[in-house]
Design a protein around this ligand. Structure first.
Ligand SMILES: *Cc1c(COP(=O)(O)O)cnc(C)c1O
Length: 391
């Protein structure tokens, strides 16, 4: 037996465990202090009533002989794929049903899609970034090169046509930076991918936060993207499905003459049993008129929190990305060069918790992520404390 030694090269992430330890130690030493957590990377509002009703209805169906569902299609039920196709149609994107694959989440698919690609492909990943892109490729032993996201390029790196890559990761709106590409910028990435014969793996998990028309909600809003891009999306952020689990991946028929679409179908039918019927019924309710109205009300809470944090940074004259079109605010640490020192100072002086940028990559040093996933009251109070501390 020979183990996959590539796992030895996966770097241990101590980011969230270190934060948890520091916060617990502070709480134990200061039981009287109210800690406000703006480091949360998970949604906090419950599922919408329309989703809950659909889940209940589907549970009842499972209890009756006439409406019971056993093994379903591994790639998802038609009713959900049709709803997703309609959602894309509203963005001006036409998708065929067989281009949409339902899954238990974007993270799984982002990892699993690598089954389709040889290990000697060169992978281009922005830095800083969602750690899954790097770790899944390290596990497979692929060579990774980085595109520097910095304050100079607004944390939106553009392609260097002098550098060759085969698989390109783009996350927009971005986690952790909240920065989002315009359609025009993505057009250049599509041009680069087509010139290199590369594939873009586009993570659209936060597309629902986009309000600005010039920004892309889907890479397929860019002409030619269907020939070079796979898109991952999820019900996690739009509808609070982080614990319920449902996502989807678009593999266009136009890539490599339909080969990747067929391979992904073969991969999923072989290694995946599909998402529970009950969950898919809940997910479909997201796209009903009532469901969408309820979900938009939830999103509005996060959006207003993000705006409040951004306004606080504006007042302090602190440089940041995100805040608009994203639940994240990525700020340059005021008065500190090291993001962990800023973390300690913010915890001890304002009792506010965020996430040090250094945990997301080399270029994250000196930056800090605050999230909109808390209550409006706690967010407002955190902003007041931060203002007091730095004004
Ligand atoms: C939350 C998130 C996802 C969604 O993942 P799920 O597995 O569907 O919950 C994907 N990409 C990024 C960057 C995220 O932050």
């Amino acid at each position: 037996m020979k183990i996959n030694t590539n796992y030895d090269n996966v770097s241990q992430s101590y980011l969230f465990s270190t934060i948890a330890k520091k916060v617990a130690a502070y709480a134990a030493a200061h039981p009287d202090k109210k800690i406000i957590k703006l480091g949360i990377g998970d949604v906090t509002l419950p599922l919408a009533p329309a989703v809950i009703e659909a889940l209940h209805g589907a549970v009842d169906e499972m209890g009756k002989k006439e409406t019971f569902h056993g093994y379903g299609p591994e790639q998802g039920y038609g009713f959900l794929k049709d709803s997703i196709a309609q959602y894309y149609a509203q963005k001006g994107v036409t998708l065929a049903s067989d281009e949409i694959f339902i899954s238990d989440g974007a993270k799984s698919d982002i990892g699993n899609i690598l089954d389709l690609f040889a290990t000697d492909n060169v992978v281009l990943v922005p830095d800083p970034v969602y750690p899954v892109y790097v770790d899944t490729n390290v596990m497979a032993g692929r060579k990774i090169i980085f595109a520097d996201a910095t304050a100079e390029n607004g944390f939106l790196p553009m392609p260097d046509f002098g550098v060759d890559a085969d698989l390109i990761y783009i996350c927009s709106p971005n986690n952790p930076t909240g920065a989002a590409y315009t359609k025009e910028q993505l057009r250049v990435w599509v041009e680069y991918a087509r010139e290199k014969g590369a594939i873009i793996l586009f993570d659209a998990a936060y597309e629902c936060f986009i309000t600005d028309d010039s920004l892309a909600q889907s890479i397929y809003q860019v002409e030619g993207a269907k020939e070079c891009a796979i898109e991952f999306c999820s019900f996690s952020k739009i509808a609070g499905f982080t614990g319920t689990r449902c996502g989807y991946t678009v593999v266009p028929d136009a890539i490599a003459g339909g080969k990747l679409n067929h391979m992904w179908l073969r991969r999923q039918t072989t290694k995946f049993n599909g998402v529970p019927y009950i969950v898919q019924r809940g997910a479909a309710a997201v796209f009903t008129e009532r469901g969408m109205a309820q979900i938009k009300a939830n999103l509005a809470v996060y959006q207003s929190n993000a705006k409040r944090i951004a306004a606080c940074m504006d007042e302090l004259g602190v440089w940041y990305t995100g805040g608009k079109n994203s639940p994240y605010i990525w700020l340059r640490c005021p008065k500190f060069d090291k993001s962990w020192e800023f973390f300690d100072y913010l915890l001890e002086s304002a009792t506010v918790v965020g996430t040090p940028g250094a945990g997301f990559g080399v270029n994250g040093e000196g930056f800090f992520r605050l999230t909109a996933f808390n209550t409006p009251e706690a967010t407002a109070e955190a902003c007041e404390r931060i203002k007091k501390l730095f004004s």
